[in-house]
Design a protein around this ligand. Structure first.
Ligand code: UDP
Ligand code: MG
Length: 326
């Protein structure tokens, strides 16, 4: 520990936000690894905010044991399972005095030593360091579904959300403050962080296998999570309704031309009666889809307004008399 740090600058705190759901077998090993990693940076104070997301096993008791030994540990326990994204949000809300906050899983899939590399980048002026998986040791199915999800998200979302990035990231205090202004219920945090802006950089890492226990993200939850990523950041599906309507209406016009052509050029082949029904059916359903799309585009606006996101985030304001500039 350098003496100068102690005397000149006030010590800064780095907060860890650690969501826990049924991790009784992992918490001990995880916390030991985390303590070992963070002990390499004695120039910072650390705060460990564990959020127990309504675990059904003995996770809470394990966490309270950690707290009894070390008062840098904070334990929040939910009244029921609210889901990983909400647990992380609660942790972020609770780590207001930290200069930087690191969010990571507690199953040892996100290695604690990588979080120190994040701190190095942050000291170099990066506001958000997100851990990007260079490799993943997941099943072929999980890999394929993740690939498909990012492919769709890339094409539809209004902002660029980095690929193969989970919620393992470091955020500067000012980013945390901005992220906490987004209070939407259906949360897709990595999208929100991308939306907030600031200087963001990727840090490549190898994601380990889960230490013990099972993933709290079964397929059902993964699909609904993917849906909130897409629906939360895009109103494109609503706009597609109109496009489909226009295509079908155009088809009805082509069909009408075809029918008229048959009537004029080879009347012996024309079957009476079907033209009105056939063309009418296409035209009407096309018109209906266009109208639904019109309603959809208003609905999209209502949706965006009800999300009530902040209009902007300011990174710097230089104003007033020179000495008071911040
Ligand atoms: N988690 C949580 N609430 C849930 C599910 C998971 O807080 O409803 C936590 C879990 O304890 C872990 C992290 O979120 O620390 C990531 O979950 P998991 O490992 O199950 O997801 P995967 O790594 O399989 O995507
Ligand atoms: Mg995991």
């Amino acid at each position: 520990m350098s003496e100068t740090d102690e005397t000149t600058a006030p010590r800064r705190t780095i907060g860890y936000v650690l969501p826990v759901y049924n991790e009784e077998e992992n918490i001990g090993a995880f916390h030991a690894a985390l303590i070992e990693a963070t002990s390499q940076r004695p120039d910072y104070d650390f705060e460990f905010v564990y959020v127990d997301d309504g675990s059904r096993d003995d996770s809470l008791a394990r966490l309270l044991e950690l707290r009894a030994e070390d008062d840098r540990v904070t334990v929040l326990s939910f009244s029921r399972n609210f889901g990983h994204q909400i647990a992380v949000t609660a942790g972020l809300d609770a780590s207001g005095q930290s200069a930087a906050v690191i969010v990571m899983d507690t199953d040892l899939q996100d290695p604690p030593r990588v979080s120190l590399e994040m701190v190095d980048l942050w000291e170099g002026g990066v506001d958000v360091v997100f851990a990007q998986r260079r490799s993943r040791r997941d099943s072929a199915f999980k890999r394929a579904s993740a690939y498909g999800f990012y492919w769709v998200l890339d094409r539809m979302a209004s902002i660029e959300i980095p690929r193969n990035v989970g919620d393992f990231r470091l955020m500067d205090a000012k980013v945390v403050q901005e992220v906490s202004r987004y209070r939407e219920h259906d949360r897709f945090l990595r999208g929100i962080v991308a939306h907030v802006g600031f200087r963001q950089e990727a840090l490549l890492f190898d994601r380990d296998e889960r230490f013990a226990g099972e993933s709290g993200y079964p397929l059902r939850k993964m699909i609904s999570f993917a849906a909130s990523g897409i629906v939360g950041f895009s109103t494109a599906p609503l706009r597609w309704i109109s496009r489909l309507g226009f295509v079908i209406s155009a088809l009805s016009i082509l069909l009408a031309l075809y029918v008229a052509g048959v009537r004029i050029f080879s009347p012996e082949q024309s079957v009476p009666g079907w033209a009105f029904l056939g063309v009418g059916m296409f035209l009407l359903s096309g018109l209906q889809l266009i109208m639904m799309g019109v309603i959809g585009s208003y609905l999209g606006r209502v949706y965006v307004e009800t999300q009530d996101r902040p209009l902007y985030s300011i990174a710097l304001a230089a104003r007033g008399s020179r000495d008071g500039a911040s």
